[in-house]
Design a protein around this ligand. Structure first.
Ligand code: MV4
Length: 447
C-alpha cells in the first residue's frame, strides 16, 4: 500500500479521498488554489501545498504545478478525483514517467475510451450493444447524408472527443443534418481541438443507466450494480438512484455482463463507469465509458457497502480485487440529490458567495458528503455543487420519504440553492411512479 498520496482536487471529493486515506493509514498531501485557502479539506490533510491562482487552468489543471508539488512532497501516487485532470491521458502519462502512480486506469485506456467513436468500435467488437450508427468517423457532408439515409431519421451527430453533451446535434431531416453536421464539427473543434464526429440513430427520451465496474491488473473485473441518472438538466445530473426503477434482474445481469465485456476490451484497471441508454422497449445501448470515479459513486457505495475510493487506491497499488461477482450484493434503495448553489428562479445561474447558515440533515439512513459549513464562502471559480445528500432505505417508497424529510431539514442560508427543485422532483408523480426519463426535466421544470 502507498505511504503517501497527493489529492489533485478540491471540495467534497478532496475531502472524500482524504477520509479514505486516513482510514487506510495513507498520508495525504492536499493542493489548493488561492481561492481555496480556507477550504475544509486542507484541515483534514496531513500537508497542504498552494499550486496557483484561482482559475482552474492555473491551479487544478496546471500539470507542472501539480507534478512539482508531488515531487516536493515525495508522494507515491496522485488521486485526481473527478473533473479537472481525471480523464487526461497526457497527465496520467506524465505521472507514469515521473514514477508516480496515477490512481485511475492506464493512459492508453483513458485515451482509447476517451475517443467515443473508437469506444463504439470497441463495444461492437466486444459484442456490447451499440445504437445503430456510422462505422467510425464521418468525414464529410455527403458521407453524413448517406449514413443518415441508411439509418433513417432522426439521427444524432456526436463529437468523438465530446462529453457532457457538447458537440452534439439532433437531426430530423436532411437539411438539419447538413447544418447540424457542420455545427457539431465546429463546436467540437472549438471545445476539444478535434472536429471528428460520428453519427448514431437518435433514441427518443431514453433513460440514462450506468454500470459501476472495478477491475484489477490480474484480470479480475466485477460490476457493482447500476445507477439511474435520468433526472438531468442540460447534461447536469440532479438525482441518481439504485436500483433503477426500470431495470429488471434479468436486464441487470445482461447490462452488467456487457459492462464487464466492455471493461475487458478496454483493458480497464481501477474504477470506471459504462454508460448505457435504455429505450422504452427495454433495449439498452452502450454510449460511453467514464474513465474516472464519478460524483455519484456514493450511491453504489451505500447499496454495496464497498468503499470505492479505498478500492481505487488498493487497485492502483497493485492489489487484486479479492472478491468475485458472486460476493457482491446490493441492498435496499439509495437516492442521491446533488445540491447546487444555483438560482432556480434565474435559469439555474450560479449563486456563489457566503453561506451564512449550513445545517445538514441527519438521522437514520442519511449521508451528506459536503465541503460546506456555516461561514464558508463558495468561490465563483469552480462548479456550483454544495454537496450530495443520500438516503438508504429498504424500499424506494421509504427512500423517497426519507429524502423528502431530509431535504426539508436541510438549512442553507446565503446563496440560492436547488433544494426546492429537488423537493419538487422527488414529489412529482412521474418520479414517484419511476416513469421518468431524460426528457423529464425539460417537460416539467423548464418554466
Ligand atoms: C444519445 C441520445 C439519444 N440517442 N445518443 C447525451 C450526453 C452523452 N453522454 C450522450 N447523450 C445522449 N446520447 C443517441 N444515439 C440522447 C442523449 C441524451 C442524454 C443521454 C443521457 C442522459 C441525458 C441526456 C439528455 C439529452 C440527450
Amino acid at each position: 500500500m502507498f505511504r503517501r498520496i497527493l489529492v489533485a482536487n478540491r471540495g467534497e471529493i478532496a475531502q472524500r479521498i482524504i477520509r479514505a486515506c486516513r482510514e487506510l493509514g495513507v498520508e495525504t498531501v492536499a493542493v489548493y488554489s488561492e481561492a481555496d485557502a480556507d477550504a475544509l479539506y486542507l484541515r483534514q490533510a496531513d500537508e497542504t501545498i498552494c499550486i496557483g491562482p484561482a482559475p482552474g487552468a492555473q491551479s487544478y489543471l496546471n500539470i507542472p504545478a501539480i507534478i512539482s508539488a508531488a515531487e516536493v512532497a515525495d508522494v507515491e501516487a496522485i488521486h485526481p478525483g473527478y473533473g479537472f485532470l481525471a480523464e487526461n491521458a497526457h497527465f496520467a502519462e506524465v505521472c507514469q514517467s515521473c514514477k508516480i502512480h496515477f490512481i485511475g486506469p492506464d493512459p492508453a485506456t483513458i485515451q482509447s475510451v476517451g475517443n467515443k467513436a473508437n469506444a463504439r468500435e470497441m463495444a461492437l467488437s466486444a459484442e456490447v450493444p451499440v445504437v445503430p450508427g456510422s462505422d467510425g468517423a464521418v468525414d464529410d457532408e455527403r458521407e453524413a447524408v448517406r449514413v443518415a439515409g441508411k439509418l433513417g431519421y432522426p439521427v444524432m451527430v456526436k463529437a468523438a472527443s465530446g462529453g457532457g453533451g457538447r458537440g452534439m446535434r439532433v437531426a430530423r431531416n436532411e437539411p438539419s443534418l447538413v447544418s447540424g453536421f457542420h455545427a457539431a464539427r465546429s463546436e467540437a473543434q472549438a471545445a476539444f481541438g478535434d472536429a471528428t464526429v460520428y453519427i448514431e440513430k437518435f433514441v427518443e427520451n431514453p433513460r440514462h443507466v450506468e454500470m459501476q465496474i472495478l477491475g484489477d491488473r490480474a484480470g479480475g473485473i466485477v460490476f457493482l450494480g447500476e445507477r439511474d441518472c435520468s433526472v438531468q438538466r442540460r447534461h447536469q445530473k440532479l438525482i441518481e438512484e439504485t436500483p433503477s426503477p426500470s431495470v429488471t434482474p434479468k436486464l441487470r445481469a445482461e447490462m452488467g455482463a456487457a459492462a464487464v465485456r466492455m471493461a475487458r476490451a478496454a483493458d480497464y484497471h481501477n474504477a470506471g463507469t459504462v454508460e448505457f441508454l435504455l429505450d422504452s422497449q427495454g433495449d439498452f445501448y452502450f454510449i460511453e465509458v467514464n474513465a474516472r470515479i464519478q460524483v455519484e459513486h456514493t450511491v453504489t457505495e451505500m447499496a454495496t457497502g464497498i468503499d470505492l475510493i479505498k478500492e481505487q487506491i488498493r487497485l492502483a497499488a497493485g492489489e487484486e480485487l479479492g472478491y468475485s461477482q458472486a460476493d457482491i450484493s446490493c441492498r435496499g434503495h439509495v437516492i442521491e440529490c446533488r445540491i447546487n448553489a444555483e438560482d432556480p428562479e434565474r435559469n439555474f445561474q450560479p449563486s456563489p458567495g457566503l453561506i451564512e447558515t449550513f445545517v445538514p440533515p441527519g438521522g437514520p439512513g442519511v449521508r451528506v458528503d459536503s465541503h460546506c459549513f456555516s461561514g464558508y464562502r463558495i468561490p465563483p471559480n469552480y462548479d456550483s455543487m454544495i454537496g450530495k445528500l443520500l438516503v438508504h432505505r429498504d424500499t424506494r417508497e421509504q427512500a423517497v420519504a426519507t429524502m423528502q424529510r431530509a431535504l426539508s431539514e436541510f438549512i442553507i442560508e446565503g446563496p440560492k440553492t436547488t433544494l426546492s427543485v429537488l423537493q419538487a422532483i422527488i414529489s412529482h408523480s412521474d418520479f414517484l411512479a419511476g416513469e421518468h426519463d431524460t426528457g423529464f426535466m425539460e417537460r416539467y421544470f423548464s418554466q
